[in-house]
Design a protein around this ligand. Structure first.
Ligand code: ATP
Length: 451
């Protein structure tokens, strides 16, 4: 097994053991492609989502947030093309009836799949004698729509069909006119949304990387088509700011300029940002110039004008769109895998999550040196309460000896451990231990609070 595979396994196991991420419905044998965030995971995920909201909505004056309903009128998905074309190529194991992504099996067998039609894929599978992962014959390749279908209301018929949204973007496009009517912003301006998306992936795999229920953070940035290149470049730079804010090394992030024949037909330019995950180099997020495709579809289907009038003029047009589309799970997985480190301290090996301090679920752990001295425990409790009020993300930890506490906090990425000892009772200083260097310093409580 490669060391990268070992690393992936170690991360999945740490995530479960320490309360970051559990397999969904585990107690009933699981539900493939679903994951539950535990106490540390939900905080890490929220820290990532809040950082994004701060950087891309709150710190800017050209961005508007929305939180649209997950269930939408089925016309949304007819107009957007999802009902007809949001499909993946599927093959079936003829013995077990298990289903697989045909393009993934082909890629695993070293076949270049970009641009292959369904018939091409079926032919290559036959010619090369490609079998299912169980070693059995495979069916012809056919398409499979990835949207989860449901019905709304007490009567199930064609009119009550709805879908769990497969992307958050459409909740933005359908509110474009509302935002213009309420705020009439100057172009360019953007609308941002974070929230759940659902895709019935044929073969969810690689931990949270390919899930059936996940979260997206998307921006539709509305521009004058004659200036789209400027805005595209702007968002390309913003994506780099984002990957740096996540603490990802620039060398591990790669831009893949998607060639014309692989782009959606309406997209004039797309860059996939890939990351060197332990599972290999894979898509972290996407940046696409979607032209006026979505707003025009809405205009045609709804009969309502999507025109934007430049203020003080009679110049009207349907804006074009630059779309940076971020996946939360992939950000979490990139952050965890770039933070996961095994090193040696004084001849002892340890696991440490070198999370950027602003993302770490616990910022400081507070311990009394020993548990059986009431005056020490009382003082440590007071200090803990002060930290908790000031920073929230503070953990009380008095289990086992100090060395064990440090190891445990290293494993969950806590940047600082504060130990209250007998000297604290005399001069009010505490020991502060740094996660990455393991260095210890004596500081006053006030100095630590302002760190
Ligand atoms: P892929 O090619 O990996 O299936 P995609 O190109 O279909 O991804 P988009 O439709 O561009 O993905 O979705 C935007 C972002 O949403 C992706 O860059 C990714 O971060 C995230 N995403 C998409 N599908 C999933 C999934 N099944 N699980 C987790 N995140 C996902």
């Amino acid at each position: 097994m490669s060391t990268q595979e070992n690393k992936m396994e170690a991360i999945v196991s740490l995530a479960k053991r320490r309360g970051f991420i559990y397999p969904g419905s585990d107690i009933y044998g699981g539900l493939s492609g679903t994951w539950d965030y535990g106490p540390l995971g939900v905080t890490l995920k929220r820290n990532i989502m809040q950082l994004w909201w701060r950087m891309f909505v709150e710190e800017r004056d050209d961005m508007y947030g929305v939180d649209a309903a997950i269930l939408m009128n089925q016309k949304v998905w007819q107009a957007s093309g999802h009902v007809d074309t949001f499909t993946d190529p599927l093959v079936e194991d003829l013995e077990t009836k298990q289903r697989f992504r045909a393009d993934h099996l082909l890629k695993d067998a070293g076949v270049e799949v970009d641009g292959l039609s369904l018939d091409d894929m079926s032919r290559v599978i036959k010619e090369r004698g490609i079998k299912s992962p169980n070693g059995n014959e495979l069916s012809e390749v056919r398409t499979f729509n990835m949207m989860f279908k449901t019905t709304v209301g007490p009567v199930a018929n064609d009119d009550s069909i709805s879908y769990l949204r497969p992307e958050t973007a459409q909740g933005i496009f359908t509110n474009y006119k509302n935002i213009v009517d309420s705020f009439y912003p100057n172009l360019p301006f953007g609308v941002a949304q974070q929230g759940k998306a659902f895709r019935n992936e044929i073969s969810p795999r690689d931990f949270i990387f390919r899930s059936r229920e996940f979260e997206q953070m998307e921006i539709e940035y509305f521009v004058d088509p004659s200036h789209w290149e400027e805005s595209f470049e702007h968002w390309r730079q913003q994506v780099w700011r984002w990957t740096q804010a996540l603490g990802l090394a620039d060398e591990a992030v790669h831009e893949l300029e998607v060639p014309e024949n692989d782009r959606a037909h309406y997209s004039k330019r797309t860059i996939d940002f890939e990351f060197d995950f332990p599972i290999g180099r894979e898509e972290l997020l996407g940046l696409a110039y979607r032209t006026d495709f979505d707003l025009m579809n809405i205009q045609n289907k709804s009969g309502k004008s999507m025109d934007y009038t430049i203020k003080g003029t009679n110049t009207k047009f349907v804006p074009h769109v630059i779309e940076p589309s971020f996946g939360v799970e992939r950000a979490v997985m990139a952050v965890l895998s770039s933070a996961y480190t095994e090193d040696e301290i004084n001849g002892e090996s340890r696991v440490v999550l070198k999370l950027p301090a602003h993302l770490a679920p616990v910022k400081v752990a507070i311990s009394p040196l020993v548990r059986n001295k009431p005056e020490l425990v009382e003082r440590a409790r007071e200090i803990y309460e002060r930290f908790k009020k000031a920073h929230g993300a503070v953990m009380w930890d008095d289990n086992g000896n100090i060395g064990k506490r440090y190891r445990r906090q290293d494993e969950i990425g806590t940047p600082y451990c504060v130990v209250v000892d007998f000297q604290t009772l005399e001069d009010g200083t505490v020991t502060v231990r740094d996660r990455d260097t393991t260095e210890q310093r004596r500081l006053s409580v006030d100095d630590v609070l302002s760190l």
